[in-house]
Write a protein that binds this ligand. Sequence first.
Ligand code: AHM
Ligand code: MG
Length: 335
Amino acid sequence: ERDYALDRDCKTLSRHVLEQLHSFSPDAQDLSALMNRIGLAGKLIARRLSRAGLMEGVLGFTGDVNVQGESVKKMDIYANEVFISVFKQSGLVCRLASEEMEDPYYIPENCPVGRYTLLYDPIDGSSNVDININVGSIFSIRQQEGDDSDETARDLLQNGHKQIAAGYILYGPSTMLVYSIGRGVHAFTLDPSLGEFILSNENIQTPTHGPVYSVNEGNFWQWEEPLRDYIRYVHRHEGYTARYGGAMVGDFHRILFQGGVFLYPGTVKKPEGKLRLLYESAPMAFLIEQAGGRASTGTQDILDVVPDKLHARTPLVIGSTEDVTLVESFIQDRA
Ligand code: AHM
Ligand code: MG
């Protein structure tokens, strides 16, 4: 077995960020340090997940219900706190906002020097943890605007073009970190023996069409008719195949690399769907556009949506350009 570390240049995450920005400017150094910290959070979470069945405090529920009305899992809390403690020490982030916290979390000792806000979903697809299949973490970085004493965090209620970086960590057979700072999408694989994320795929481009459609078809009768018509179309045409893993990060990762479409549509009772804009849909939209794909609510580009509150939800249709546009054509024909 040849050792890749000797064969070729093994490029770490922080170096990749600096190279992309062609500079050692303060902004480039900040972004590089931020990505490095996200990588550290990913390593800590991956380490804990890898021993899930062997230790206390990993599997199962805490007994609490979060702001979103969902039962909180032990791993949600652990991962949420990992991001907080990792960014407390960074000096760069003044505020964090996550799926697990009703209000943004301020780190007073980092404000106002820390000019960034981190938005994140600590564990995406957390019901997968208990059965040892893939989960993820999603992150988005925005420049902090306005007064840091403004605890309403109104500056976060802006569209997705305001993101300066976004990405996810996929805890699968290997741990991967995929990110963009608006200069393409790049994937890194954690080499556990080195403890480093090493560049594995640079400038990922999503095919303009793919065979996979990824949606929870158990909701079929809860959807509006146009979406049911799209699914009927897929059933009647050759060349489609269904894949759904219950963690968007994993389902999205497949589509990013191989093309196709992931959907989490609204239902008649919940037209806004399930996924939260600021730390689930918008970061994925940022990535897919950088990879040449599209993300839509069905009627509007995800990156153009302005949330009305921190935990606002939107329907999501994301993936290959042709497939997203086809779904939209069903929805818009009937609108
Ligand atoms: P979570 O962040 O509370 O885990 O919820 C998000 C997850 C997505 O990862 C996944 O695509 C979706 O919820 C699955 O929902 P459902 O079970 O309704 O299909
Ligand atoms: Mg989530």
